[in-house]
Design a protein around this ligand. Structure first.
Ligand code: GLU
Length: 478
């Protein structure tokens, strides 16, 4: 899609420029953007919007906005707001052309900004700490301390509830608190409840296993990009066109798989056990994972996540099929790799990583990262032959054999006769590699999160205390 739009518009532009130079027409915002060659978005730093990972900046909003910039044929620039409260003022001041920050479309905001077509829906959810106060209805919220992000859609919803149904409702608002700060405050017992978006909580829940959803305080609401409310709506119209493209709809599906597709894998028990094990065991093998990662070009945290999925980091693990060791190698694979002792954690980690690298290489560069790594992992689990069968089947069924999203859908079919009858390698328990990969991705997310200095059960931090000056208490209506 890069430049497809830009080219036509640039031709138009040259004409417009002449007119502009002669003083008869002022270029529109869109034309100015195209002439300048860049567009700025304002976002906030969160795993659902914009963040940095090992390969640079990413995030659902960022990737989507990058496609929009490509479509216009311009460069994407990003400015970050400290919190949700800063986003609309930044837009008003012209510091960005649009806001892509997981913004809920509310009627109050619609008076202030133009929203592009929605790309997601989410609801506002009351979050509480397991073992703490558990509210059953909105009226129970007064029993504890509720804090939400200032000027967020949640604060708007609480105001509406206070005005219409529950005049005694009280809560506090923090102006420089991000969603993860709020969750951390509930997790550590600084406050009792908060409200966050359902999609955001789904993403963050594994990092805070002691938090749970009490109930929703809104229906599903649209989430969309916001453009400044001016008479010149040329950029907004370009965004509308962009969202209506079939390529954009396909991109949205891919982004959903990439950022949300593996999230439901880790339940409460699984998340708690994983966190306990990282504290108890990971340090013992970290050095080996780092070395193997450097040697075979993998993020060590991905290998560690895989080791956990394979054996819960138990170097003496053994399955009934005779697969053994921390990375659960078969006797044949170990032999092929020249491994002498499968039970030696160092040999197992290095050998397993080398084998994974071999599978990744075998897949070839037509499968792009990160899908290539996910497929190599699926092959590690189910065997390369079955993966190849699943990719062929994917193609036959009209899917894209180079996308993990599509292959993941066909892998489970390998256990049904009417499908495996036609394949080279026959029957496979195809659901297993899917669960395997999705679990690893989830563990990996948690390891990255921990590694980037987000202690999961932190000591109380001054900056997160409710008494901080950044918090305003909303009193009951009189
Ligand atoms: N959806 C929220 C809003 O539109 C943003 C996230 C938050 O601050 O909780 O205000």
């Amino acid at each position: 899609m890069p430049g497809s739009f830009g080219l036509v518009i640039k031709l138009l532009l040259s004409v417009m420029c002449v007119l502009a130079l002669t003083g008869s027409v002022r270029p529109s915002n869109l034309q100015e953007t195209l002439m300048r060659g860049d567009i700025t978005m304002v976002s906030r730093n969160s795993p659902t919007t914009y963040y940095e990972d090992r390969s640079g900046v990413t995030g659902y909003e960022y990737e989507l906005a990058k496609s929009f910039a490509d479509y216009l044929g311009v460069e994407l620039k990003v400015v970050l707001a400290d919190s949700t409260a800063d986003i609309f003022p930044m837009l008003d001041k012209g510091q960005a052309a649009f806001a892509a920050a997981g913004l809920t479309v509310t009627s109050e905001r619609q008076r202030r900004a133009h929203f592009a077509p929605p790309y997601l829906t989410s609801s506002g959810q009351i979050i509480y700490r397991r073992g703490g106060l558990k509210p059953k209805a909105i009226a129970d919220l007064s029993q504890g301390q509720l804090v939400v992000a200032a000027q967020s859609s949640h604060s708007q919803r609480l105001r509406a509830l206070q005005a219409n149904e529950l005049p005694e409702l009280t809560w506090s608002e923090g102006t420089d608190l991000e969603v993860s700060d709020l969750l951390q405050m509930v997790a550590t017992g600084n406050i009792d409840f908060t409200v966050v978006d359902s999609n955001e909580f789904r993403m963050l829940q594994a990092y805070f296993p002691n938090l749970a959803i009490a109930f929703d305080i809104t229906e599903k609401q649209n989430v969309a990009w916001a453009f400044e409310h001016s008479r010149d709506n040329s950029l907004h119209l370009a965004a509308e066109e962009f969202f209506n493209l079939p390529q954009t709809q396909a991109k949205l599906l891919r982004l959903s798989e990439r950022f949300y597709g593996h999230l439901d894998q880790l339940n409460y028990v699984g998340a708690k056990r994983f966190l306990r094990q990282t504290e108890k065991k990971l340090d013992r093998y970290k050095k080996e994972f780092i070395e193997a990662g450097e040697q075979h070009q993998f993020d060590w945290r991905l290998l560690a996540a895989m080791g956990y999925q394979e054996s819960h980091w138990n170097p003496r693990a053994k399955s009934f099929t005779g697969v053994r060791g921390l990375m659960m190698l078969t006797r044949n694979t170990a032999k092929e790799l020249g491994i002498e002792n499968r039970l030696d954690p160092k040999q197992s980690i290095e050998g397993g990583s080398r084998y994974l690298a071999k599978l990744r290489k075998r897949l070839g560069s037509e499968v792009q990262e990160p899908d290539r790594t996910w497929m190599a992992m699926a092959a590690y689990n189910v065997g390369y032959g079955h993966l190849r069968d699943a990719r062929k089947l994917t193609q036959k069924m009209g899917g894209d054999p180079n996308l993990w999203h599509d292959v993941m859908e066909t892998l489970p079919l390998l256990s049904l006769k009417r499908y495996y009858r036609e394949t080279t390698h026959g029957y496979a328990r195809g659901q297993e590699p899917v669960d395997y990969v999705q679990n690893i991705r989830r563990y990996y997310d948690v390891l990255v999160w921990q590694d980037e200095q987000h202690p999961v059960f932190p000591q109380e931090e001054e900056s997160l205390m409710v008494s901080s000056s950044a918090v305003t208490v909303i009193p009951p209506l009189l």
